[in-house]
Ligand binder design. Sequence first.
Ligand code: MTE
Length: 309
Amino acid sequence: MLIRRPPEPPAREITDEQLFWNRRRFLGALGQGVGTLALAAATPGIAACATDEKLVQGDDKLTPWEDVTGYNNFYEFGTGKGDPKANAGSLRTRPWTVAVEGEVAKPATYAIDDLVRPFPAVERIYRHRCVEGWSMVVPWMGFPLGDLVRRLEPTSKAKFVEFTTLHDPVQMPGQRSGVLDWPYVEALRLDEAMHPLTLVVTGVYGRPLPNQNGAPLRIVIPWKYGFKGGKSIVRIRFTERQPATTWNVAAPDEYGFYANVNPEVDHPRWSQARERRVGELFRRKTLPFNGYAAEVASLYAGMDLRVHY
Ligand code: MTE
């Protein structure tokens, strides 16, 4: 993102994710367009899954598993798109704790399984747009971040939520380089964090999240560029002031705090008007707020989105 114009994603035919669609047809046959399916046996840590078909539109097709899990940005494991898959096997995701700090009634360090246990997993198929100009359509598994935030009880002073990735150069070889200031930090305004589209993600394609996608727990905000969604989170901190975030500190002219997908505001070194779906040949138009304007545009009423990019 910082160093050079990113490489193009691989263009090739979309393969059918046969198993996944078979499961969907099975759901359809049961008349469960929005339903619940016990996946406990097949998917440790994921008890049930409610599917919301509305979130896939037009000619969106799921990006194949091998691209979702093989074409990644996770600089802690290298800057190449294949590096995270090649190198993230060294990450141990259990035991894992998440420290909850700052302006919150219930600060504590939680074992990951205790933190996520109260929240039934849902499946959400989201468009996923990287600031570099590629995109995917991904069936994430997780639960609304807002449900967790409510349970943690932010104080009346809390205006922002900050997410910090694990800092461990032994397990994360990319952290032995100075390509970014470690640990990776991202943050949201509290109302963005509470929006029902914002997810804590623990799985993908009905399986536990692979390390290269941010296991055991990452954040996904579908109307923002992908870099806002920190991976492998170990700390959630509630703050009164806007936190400093990794990419914004590294290159403030290129990566704003808000990072809402916006085809009208170009990156200084390339246009954001179009995008290439990983696996497809031709570019498509990028949609305002990545296609989620109806749901989220009101969060930014009155703001100049050219200034707050
Ligand atoms: N989180 C951490 N800790 N380190 C990273 O390098 N890259 C970000 C984001 N989260 C990144 C990160 C970027 S630039 C993108 S586009 C998405 O992760 C990519 O998520 P994916 O690999 O699951 O598609």
